[in-house]
Write a protein that binds this ligand. Sequence first.
Ligand code: HPA
Length: 266
Amino acid sequence: MEETINFLKEKTNNFEPEIGIILGSGLGEFADEYCEYAIPYSEIPHFIKSNVQGHKGRLVFAEIEGKKVVMMQGRNHFYEGHTMSEITYPVKVMKKLGVKTLILTNAAGAVNESFRPADLMIITDHINFMGANPLVGPNDDTLGERFPDMSEIYKKDLIKIAEKCAEKLCLDIQKGVYFASSGPSYETPAEINMARILGADAVGMSTVPEAIVANYCGLRVLGISCISNAASGISGAQLSHTEVIETTDKAKKRFKSLILEILKSI
Ligand code: HPA
């Protein structure tokens, strides 16, 4: 960790970000426009490369709307074969860099049948159905407790701010529970039925490990999903990653204006 932090501080002239943003599938372009320092993951000690289609794999530092921000342009996923501890390492790095608030974004399938593709959804809570927890293993007491409370990962005041921002921009916004499956296969219709019965509104293959670790180490979390498709079995259509990327592309203007407004307000 010390090696990673020293490297980043040197590369960024001691940039001290207060807000972190993890940009999900199809949403990474946001960081291209606001980019003071961009460091490929492959150059950062102890980071793993990102190689999923639709992801760039850089850590980007910039001042946006008067806020110092560090952005992950693309994330690593559990389904790539990395460990939970590997994929959540960047969150711990953000904490050590001084980040206080983490905005997690992703593309997700709609379990809630009233959601439409390209809708944005504020995450109110999550269900971890990945079959693993990123905090398993020896605990680092300097970061957080052994048995951390998870009763309000997605902070209510941040949710309110995000809602107000959407209202100000006249954007319709959804709210709901994000259900994380490990992937990489999409779910079956029966699994989506189960997720709905369990209280899910959207389903995806990311975000939850980072949210758990962020909350554990005292970061305030806001989560935003871009609904990229109706989940398996809802429309009868087959699911594809191409569709996910194409639909998030349609939402990216609204996504960008919402993130900018949120940065102004927090
Ligand atoms: N399921 C899981 N992950 C996803 C989906 C989905 O339908 N859409 C985008 N990411």
